[in-house]
Design a protein around this ligand. Structure first.
Ligand SMILES: Cc1cc2nc3c(=O)[nH]c(=O)nc-3n(C[C@H](O)[C@H](O)[C@H](O)COP(=O)(O)OP(=O)(O)OC[C@H]3O[C@@H](n4cnc5c(N)ncnc54)[C@H](O)[C@@H]3O)c2cc1C
Length: 395
């Protein structure tokens, strides 16, 4: 995928015998951990800095589409992730007001056959634990927890900023913009799977479309736990991943005039809520000299197409491929990486924006949307994601 170039990188120390060059990564989220593995696979020595003392669960479930799962499988993570993931058999899209199914998008074996890789839903902590186990086991990765990246850490060593939506690397080294609040807040809670209302299939993703809000429900932790995510419009814009949310506040947002009993019962069944203000990043410069940005640090997007982590995983694979092709020219490799990712990220951001618009339509246009979805049917709706899900590093 990446063409070769020339130049020089800081050599790895003699103790790091397997590796040919050293690279620093700031941030050990999904993007940073994957980058460490993809780079180590290309025989780089990776110094991975994470500001947190311990990598703890932040967020609950995460949908991983085939474009991302095939990379994780390629890294040898299939066994660990699949052991805790659920392969949903489909997405049941529902009308918020009536609760009725509008259309059912097939996943499961259909997606596997169609895309050559599974569609998984996984607890974020399980994905992180699997990545972390491989990172810790790799002799060429030096994970430093409790070590916030600062400009002086590795002078002269190529740096990958994987430090998330509020990236210090983006803001300090690129003079990039701060993240922008979207006017949406995501609420999340978990339920024991046994508490799931009977009309919701336990092995599926349920998605309710309402006016200015939507609700997503799916199983995680081998199906023992159910993740509930409500996305509503609002002005609360605190940074961070784990603020407590008031049950009464989210229940009030699911007004009985607009939301069916089943959706409201689910909301009411959750005792502990966490909320995140949703931010995005519109910066378009992802490489400068021997510094590159990946994942949310580069292009954080809203979760409407469930592609943020998938793009961080793809970024990591492309970046390592480019650097692996020209290990002596980080600057050229990073420029090629940025160029290769431009149209891809633009496509996914467009899809995300369209999904947000379509999901939250008010009546009467929402009635037309529902009709179109029903007429198109699940397979054709899934096919609209082909360009995203079929992606692979080597076409
Ligand atoms: C409600 C919600 C639902 C979502 N659902 C999905 C989904 O279903 N599918 C999907 O693909 N995506 C989803 N996403 C998006 C996904 O969570 C993000 O895109 C993804 O986590 C980005 O990964 P990252 O590694 O770039 O950043 P992060 O996961 O934010 O990791 C950044 C890391 O950098 C560390 N860090 C920060 N500053 C520094 C520093 N100065 N030095 C060192 N370390 C630092 C942080 O502690 C953190 O560990 C969702 C997002 C939200 C909010």
């Amino acid at each position: 995928m990446c063409a070769k170039g020339q130049g020089s990188l800081t050599p790895a120390t003699t103790a790091q015998t397997r590796a040919r060059r050293a690279v620093a990564v700031a941030g050990a989220g999904i993007g940073g951990l994957t980058a460490a593995l993809t780079l180590a696979e290309k025989r780089f020595h990776v110094v991975l800095h994470e500001k947190a003392e311990a990598l703890e669960e932040a967020g609950a479930g995460i949908q991983l589409s085939p474009n991302a799962t095939r990379i994780l499988i390629g890294l040898g993570l299939e066994q660990e992730v699949a052991a805790r993931a659920v392969t949903p058999d489909g997405i049941s899209i529902r009308n918020a007001r009536s609760g009725r199914e509008i259309v059912r998008i097939p996943l499961g074996a259909f997606a596997q056959a169609h895309y050559g890789a599974p569609y998984w839903i996984v607890h974020r902590a399980d994905l992180q634990a699997a990545l972390l186990a491989h990172v810790r086991a790799h002799p060429d990765i030096d994970l430093r927890l409790g070590s916030a990246y600062s400009d002086s850490i590795h002078p002269g060593m190529p740096l990958i900023g994987a430090d998330g939506v509020w990236s210090r690397v983006r803001q300090q080294l690129f003079g990039g913009p701060p993240a922008t609040f979207s006017g949406h807040v995501a609420w999340r809670g978990t339920l024991d799977a046994a508490a799931l209302p009977r009309d919701i299939a336990p092995g599926s993703i349920a998605l309710w479309l309402g006016q200015a809000a939507h609700l997503v429900v799916y199983p995680v932790r081998s199906g023992t736990l159910v993740n509930v995510v409500a996305i509503v419009e609002g002005q609360w814009e605190q940074q961070g991943w784990n603020a407590p949310g008031e049950a009464a506040e989210i229940a009030a947002a699911f007004d009985p005039r607009r939301w069916s009993g089943a959706a409201r019962d689910l909301i009411g069944a959750i005792e502990t809520w966490r909320k995140w203000a949703l931010f995005s990043v519109s910066h378009t410069q992802w490489a400068r000299g021997d510094v590159a940005l990946i994942g949310d640090a580069a292009h954080a997007m809203l979760p409407f197409a469930a592609q943020g982590a998938a793009m961080a995983i793809e970024d990591a694979a492309v970046l390592a491929d480019c650097l692996g092709q020209s290990p002596d020219d980080a600057s050229g490799a990073f420029q090629r990486y940025a160029l290769l990712r431009r149209s891809r990220i633009a496509l996914v951001k467009r899809t995300t924006w369209q999904s947000g618009l379509i999901y939250h339509l008010p009546p009467p246009v929402s009635l037309a949307r529902n009709l179109v979805m029903t007429l198109l049917g699940g397979e054709r709706l899934l096919a609209q994601r082909d360009a995203i899900y079929r992606w692979r590093l080597t076409p």
